[in-house]
Design a protein around this ligand. Structure first.
Ligand SMILES: *[C@@H]1O[C@H](CO)[C@@H](O)[C@H](O)[C@H]1NC(C)=O
Ligand SMILES: *[C@@H]1O[C@H](CO)[C@@H](O)[C@H](O)[C@H]1NC(C)=O
Ligand SMILES: *[C@@H]1O[C@H](CO)[C@@H](O)[C@H](O)[C@H]1NC(C)=O
Length: 285
C-alpha cells in the first residue's frame, strides 16, 4: 500500500464520522447497508423494456489446473438500481463521467411517506413532507442525498407490483409514487443537495407525462437514484451515503451499488418486518 492511498483511506474514514467523537471514528463503528437490488435477468428497466444479460464466456478448469470464470454483461444504462446523470434529461448537463466525485458521497436524508402512499399510490412527496422532516432533524445538510421512502422496494422485481399495473407494457397505466415538482423546486432553491433517490422506478411518479422532476434535477446538475432498496435500514438522518458509479464516458446513467454507512452509536436501525406498514406484502393494484 502506498502512502497516498493510506492517507486517502484515513480521510475517507474520518469523513464518515463527521458528527461522531474521536472514539467513533474507526471502521468498526459503522454498519454498511446495501441499498441496491441484484442485477440479473429479472432486473426491471424503464422506460425501455430491455433485459440485463450475463453471458458466460468461460467457466471451468484451465488446462493448467486452476478454475477460471469470465462473463460478458449487457445492460440498458437505466436498469435496476441505477443513477440518472443530469444529462439524461437536460441538454448540456453532466454525463456520468463528468459528475464531480465529491457529489457521489453525502449525508443521507430519508423521508418516510409510507403512510401517505398506503392511501394513494400516485402520491408525490411534498414540501410539507420536507418541512415535517426538518422540524424533527434540522435543515437538510449541504451535499445531501434525499430519499423518498415509500416502502416500494419489497415489490421489486415483480413488474406488475413495481409498475403497479396489470399491463406493465403500457407506461400510461403506471401508478407508483415519486417526488412532487414543487418539492424539488423547493429543495433546489433553498437547500444545496447532490441527489434525490426513490425506491420506485422513477423520481417522477408513474402518471407523469413530461418527467418534470427529471427536467428540474437535470437542469440543476442534481443526480437521481431509482429502484433503491433497503431504506428501512437507514435512519432518517445521520447516515453517510456512498454512490460510486462506473465511470462510463458520456453515459446518461448507469446501474450502481449504493451503500449507506450507519453510525452504530447513532439511531438504532429499523427492523425489516417494519419496512412496510403492518409488515405485510403490499396488496397489488
Ligand atoms: C454545497 O455543498 C457542497 C457539498 O457539501 C459544498 O462543497 C458547497 O460549498 C456548497 N455550496 C454552497 C453554496 O453552500
Ligand atoms: C418485456 O418484454 C418481455 C419479452 O418481450 C415480456 O415478456 C415482458 O412482459 C415485458 N415486460 C414489460 C415490463 O413490459
Ligand atoms: C395504454 O393505457 C391507456 C390508459 O389506460 C389506454 O388509454 C391506451 O389505450 C393503452 N394503450 C395501448 C396501446 O394499449
Amino acid at each position: 500500500m502506498d502512502a497516498m492511498f493510506v492517507m486517502g483511506l484515513a480521510l475517507v474514514i474520518t469523513g464518515i464520522c463527521v458528527k461522531g467523537t474521536a472514539a467513533s471514528c474507526s471502521p468498526g463503528d459503522y454498519r454498511v447497508v446495501d441499498l441496491s437490488h441484484n442485477l440479473d435477468r429479472n432486473s426491471l428497466s424503464f422506460p425501455f423494456n430491455v433485459s440485463f444479460e450475463l453471458s458466460i464466456l468461460f467457466r471451468g478448469l484451465e488446462p493448467e489446473g486452476y478454475w477460471f470464470e469470465l462473463n460478458k454483461i449487457s445492460t440498458l444504462e437505466h436498469m435496476g438500481t441505477h443513477l440518472d446523470a443530469p444529462g439524461h434529461t437536460f441538454k448540456g448537463s453532466w454525463r456520468v463521467h463528468q459528475i464531480p466525485v465529491d457529489r457521489l458521497v453525502g449525508p443521507g436524508v430519508v423521508i418516510d411517506v409510507r403512510a401517505q402512499v398506503a392511501k394513494n399510490s400516485d402520491y408525490r412527496l411534498s414540501v410539507l413532507d420536507i418541512e415535517r422532516w426538518e422540524r424533527l432533524y434540522g435543515a437538510i445538510p449541504n451535499g445531501a442525498i434525499v430519499f423518498m421512502w415509500s416502502g416500494w422496494d419489497v415489490r421489486y422485481p415483480d413488474k406488475f407490483l413495481t409498475f403497479n399495473s396489470i399491463t406493465p407494457g403500457n407506461i400510461s397505466t403506471f401508478h407508483f409514487p415519486g417526488f412532487h415538482p414543487d418539492a424539488v423546486r423547493w429543495l433546489l432553491r433553498y437547500r444545496n443537495i447532490s441527489m434525490i433517490g426513490v425506491d420506485t422506478p422513477s423520481t417522477d411518479y408513474g402518471q407523469s407525462k413530461n418527467l418534470e422532476v427529471h427536467q428540474l434535477t437535470g437542469g440543476a446538475n442534481v443526480m437521481g437514484l431509482e429502484n433503491v432498496n433497503n431504506l428501512c435500514q437507514v435512519p432518517p438522518s445521520g447516515a453517510t451515503i456512498v454512490v460510486p458509479p462506473m465511470k462510463v464516458f458520456d453515459g446518461s446513467g448507469v446501474p450502481v451499488r449504493i451503500l449507506a454507512l450507519v453510525d452504530k452509536a447513532g439511531q438504532p436501525s429499523r427492523r425489516c418486518p417494519d419496512c412496510t406498514l403492518g409488515g405485510r406484502r403490499p396488496y397489488p393494484y
